[in-house]
Write a protein that binds this ligand. Structure first.
Ligand code: UT7
Length: 404
């Protein structure tokens, strides 16, 4: 592609676990009521993962859905970014697990931890990478917050939920897609929303576990005050950067933490409430996953049209905040991909499983024959192995000798 490059969202997908946890269910776990939760947050229910699910399994399902909409085979992806604060492991990156599972054979992969602002941070990175020459970047927000919640702490456990949303960001010559973004951070508020233990500062010990240091802690009031101030500021700043007026905005997709925070931003920005998409009632706060999930639902509900001016805005742990202004480029409602293209995209998923199995097995066999660091004389090593197996199968005579 010659000339200017823009980064457009060409595919999108979401996945939430099947298990629904209602406010009524929570009232049997902690001292709370449906009335308190609905009045104070707008949340009615949230999804939580089952035993066999994890951040990567949610991310993979949302990624597959996004690739099918885009009609892009996983092998065409240049980079995968997973925004999450509940990664599969401390390391390696959840993005690498996703890369292997979907068969993104030529993609780089990394995780990005910017709390609930993570998806917009990742979208901003994808925009820069695409403008710099990449063709397709897969951006995922995925969380299993239920795994880091203290289910005896009513201040936090009623607020959060699990889920994942993904978008494919592709290069386009058309002036649309991500037109501006704003990223911000105020680390002086790090302890307002954090997991105190399990990192390098307070490593995991029996004491940190018995004191619940591995659970999320939050000063809700402070985060609330920060959110209601920063959200309108970030929206105004990014709208200015995009060269728009506030009245040009067709839809704001805010981070879904609390209906009251969204309503406060609506008033401060002096925008009609129907310009804000809200689904916090059904999923609670899914952190980095909340904006891509809301985007998918806004598209499904017919709230997004080609040429619309959208603002995404998030805030959260860090403290961090982010906003992006994008002009929607993809035609909607989306036309199903031709069957051959769908086949080319979906065939990649079972092939990826075979490829992964083959690579793991090959590594195992290689290690068994050559040792973990390899060896030049592999034939000699193979003979050694065969001799040892032969020795083992001979009937033993007398006590065993000294070990080699
Ligand atoms: O992605 C960013 C993540 N975080 C957020 O967005 C959270 C932002 N903060 C908030 O949304 C609000 O601070 C909350 C909804 C969490 C709480 O609202 P609040 O107006 O700040 O209430 P509060 O924490 O000051 O608590 C008020 C009362 C307290 O009782 P007392 O001390 O007044 O008797 C709490 O103990 O509400 C009590 N309370 C509850 N009562 C029933 C706190 N949680 C609950 C609960 N059920 N689940």
């Amino acid at each position: 592609m010659n000339g200017a490059r823009y980064a457009q969202i060409t595919g999108w997908g979401m996945y939430v676990p099947e298990k629904v946890l209602t406010n009524e269910d929570l009232s049997h776990i902690v001292d709370t009521t449906d009335e308190w939760i609905v009045t104070m947050t707008g949340i009615r229910e949230r999804r939580v993962v089952g035993d066999k699910e994890s951040t990567a399994t949610l991310a993979i399902r949302s990624a597959r859905a996004a690739l099918l909409v885009a009609g892009i085979a996983a092998s065409e992806i240049d980079l995968i970014i997973v925004a999450t604060i509940t990664p599969e492991y401390l390391f390696p990156a959840t993005a690498s697990v996703v890369q292997d599972a979907i068969g993104a054979t030529r993609a780089g992969a990394f995780d990005l931890a910017a709390g609930c602002s993570g998806f917009i941070y990742a979208l901003t990175m994808a925009n820069a990478y695409v403008r710099g020459g990449a063709d397709h970047v897969l951006v995922i927000g995925a969380e299993t917050l239920s795994r880091i919640l203290d289910w005896t702490d009513r201040n936090t456990c009623v607020l959060f939920g699990d889920g994942a949303g993904a978008v494919v960001v592709s290069a386009s010559a058309e002036r649309s897609g991500v037109l501006a973004s704003q990223l911000g951070s105020d680390g002086s508020g790090a302890e307002l929303l954090y997991v105190p233990a399990g990192g390098s500062r307070v490593p995991t010990t029996h004491e940190t576990i018995s004191s619940g240091g591995h659970f999320a802690r939050m000063n809700g009031r402070e985060v609330f005050r920060f959110a209601t101030t920063i959200m309108p500021q970030a929206v105004e700043a990014v709208v200015g950067d995009a060269g728009w007026q506030k009245a040009d905005i067709d839809l704001v997709i805010p981070h879904q933490a609390n209906r009251r925070i969204i309503e406060s931003a609506t008033k401060r920005l002096n925008l009609p409430p129907d310009k804000f998409f809200v689904n916090v009632d059904r999923y609670g706060n899914t952190s980095a996953a909340s904006i891509p999930i809301a985007l998918c639902e806004a598209i499904a509900a017919g709230r997004v049209k080609q040429g619309d001016k959208l603002v995404l805005v998030g805030f959260g742990a860090g403290l961090s905040w982010a906003a992006a202004a994008l002009e929607w480029g993809a035609a909607l409602p989306v036309k199903p991909q031709p069957w051959l293209r769908r086949l080319a995209v979906s065939i990649w998923f079972p092939l990826a499983a075979v490829r992964s199995f083959w690579r793991r097995t090959a590594r195992h066999v290689y290690n068994w024959i050559l040792g973990p660091v390899g060896k030049d004389d592999w034939r000699g090593r193979l003979r050694d192995r065969a001799d040892r197996i032969g020795e083992r199968s001979k009937p033993s005579s007398g006590p065993p000798g000294p070990k080699e």
